[in-house]
Design a protein around this ligand. Structure first.
Ligand SMILES: Nc1nc2c(c(=O)[nH]1)N[C@H]1C(S)=C(S)[C@@H](COP(=O)(O)OP(=O)(O)OC[C@H]3O[C@@H](n4cnc5c(N)ncnc54)[C@H](O)[C@@H]3O)O[C@H]1N2
Ligand code: MOO
Ligand SMILES: [Mg+2]
Length: 422
């Protein structure tokens, strides 16, 4: 395979990060669908809207243990002048009442049980007193009740036919509760995108290998695998590719046959051994961009081949992480039907000066915190793209605009949230 002339490696057309994200979004296709039992649906994304098959609740329900009454019959009730009603039935949870309530009757009822016809309030046990007289049971009520007190009307939460959960929604505990309540025992979800991950670089050792001078262990593959999982995908960890363009081409082509997208890390800049540059020159896919106006990760390169993405992320761990969050995660989310594929953004106050001058916008690994009701962000550690430690301590990127002399403490900055699972 012919290698790209070293002088040509610099000829790249840098685009803005949001333009790069838009280009990517145009190629996202929702993935295939599968059916899984509810017990396995946690962390998957719904492949279809779910509508209420019944009103929720589907019957008039007592919210307390007490007595079902007509509220009108308690008008004027007080400790001095309690209202006395005859108890005509006892209604446990799960049973159907058989007797309607009238102006001078009540039914004993338990929390969650069906309210009998005619009743429009439930008096709590604590403010009612029962007694027997002439073989009959009576209840004495010492307080006036309000209409509808301690009663949940049918459809209070959802009317029949109403949208319960929308397509693309991540299934967590709350969603599982609703699916179970509506009897959805098998759920249509998007298949997890299969993501092949390669590291490139002859300096990389396996994680079990002892360190050698000039060599480091391959950490990016494992970090990317975790990020893929977090974004709902299934990582396929492949063996590291040495700095050999021929071999890389073969291995990447092969990976496309087993995966829905491919991520590589390293070898994407202008160096002599940066073989990914050669791959994008020679491959049959379309290269969307090969330089982004951002730090870290400016040499990030992304292309598509037959609707499958090839993400060539930087080798520097910090840049690799940023590249995943800005460009890979949206694709994995989109393939699983998520509506808003870009990570959510907000503005926050800068907690300390950031005075490094930037030619490009800088996506700084940062930690957010709240002080006096305001959201602040601070660097999570040194911001060189080779620094790994700050990745674990960041919950957002603070975006420092280019130019000027940085941003001062107290000024507002864009903040991109990480670790979002909605
Ligand atoms: N003359 C220039 N040099 C560099 C430029 C430039 O514009 N002109 N860009 C810099 C920028 S910005 C970045 S980012 C890096 C990108 O480097 P590559 O993507 O080509 O990555 P490598 O050269 O393969 O490695 C860089 C660095 O990262 C370490 N690395 C690589 N893979 C892994 C891995 N799997 N796990 C952990 N660490 C990894 C590697 O050992 C290097 O230290 O280029 C700058 N240079
Ligand atoms: O684009 Mo790089 O990640 O700043 O060193
Ligand atoms: Mg390099």
């Amino acid at each position: 395979m012919e290698r790209v002339q070293l002088s040509n490696r610099f000829r790249r057309n840098a685009i803005q990060p949001d333009a790069a994200q838009k280009m990517i979004q145009q190629h996202i296709r929702p993935g295939d669908v599968e059916r899984v039992p509810l017990e396995e649906a946690f962390g998957r994304r719904l492949a279809a809207d779910v509508f209420a098959s019944d009103p929720m609740p589907h019957f008039c329900r007592s919210g307390m243990d007490g007595f079902a009454v007509r509220w009108e019959s308690t008008i004027g009730a007080s400790s001095d002048q309690p209202v006395v009603l005859e108890v005509i039935e006892s209604i446990p949870c799960g049973s159907t009442p058989t007797k309607a309530i009238t102006g001078n009757t009540a039914s004993r009822i338990m929390t969650g049980a069906m309210v009998p016809e005619g009743a429009n309030a439930v008096v709590m046990l604590e403010i009612a007193e029962c007694f027997e007289q002439d073989g009959k049971t009576f209840v004495s009520i010492k307080k006036e009740q309000k209409e509808g007190q301690n009663i949940t009307l049918p459809g209070f939460e959802l009317a029949k036919g109403e949208l319960v959960l929308e397509k693309g929604r991540n299934i967590h505990a709350g969603e599982i509760a609703l699916l179970a309540a509506f009897g959805v025992g098998t759920v249509n979800v998007f298949k997890r995108p299969k993501v092949a991950i390669f590291a490139t670089g002859s300096e990389l050792l396996g994680i079990h290998a002892p360190l050698e001078p000039g060599k480091i262990r391959n950490s990016n593959t494992h970090m990317l695998a975790a990020l893929v999982r977090e974004a709902g995908g299934t990582p396929i960890l492949l063996e590291t590719i040495p700095d050999d363009a021929e071999q890389a081409m073969e291995r990447i082509t092969d990976a496309f046959t087993m995966a829905d997208c491919v991520i590589t890390t390293g070898g994407v800049s202008v160096g002599d051994y940066d073989i990914m540059v050669d791959i994008f020159e020679a491959w049959e896919g379309t290269t969307l961009f090969n330089k982004v106006m951002m730090r870290p990760g400016s040499p990030t390169t992304v292309g598509v081949m037959k609707d499958k993405f090839l993400f060539a992320l930087s080798g520097n761990p910090g840049a690799c992480f940023v590249g995943f969050e800005l460009f890979v995660r949206p694709v994995l989310w989109g393939m699983q039907g998520k509506k808003d594929v870009l990570p959510p953004e907000a503005t926050a106050f800068l907690g300390e000066d950031f005075t490094k001058v930037n030619a490009y916008p800088r996506f700084v690994r940062a930690k957010s915190y709240i002080e006096d009701g305001k959201v602040y962000v601070k660097m999570a550690g040194p911001d060189q793209s080779s620094v790994m430690l700050s990745i674990k301590d960041s919950d957002c990127f603070m975006v420092i605009p280019p130019g000027g002399c940085g941003v001062l403490a107290g000024e507002k900055v864009r903040m991109i949230q990480l670790g979002v699972t909605e």
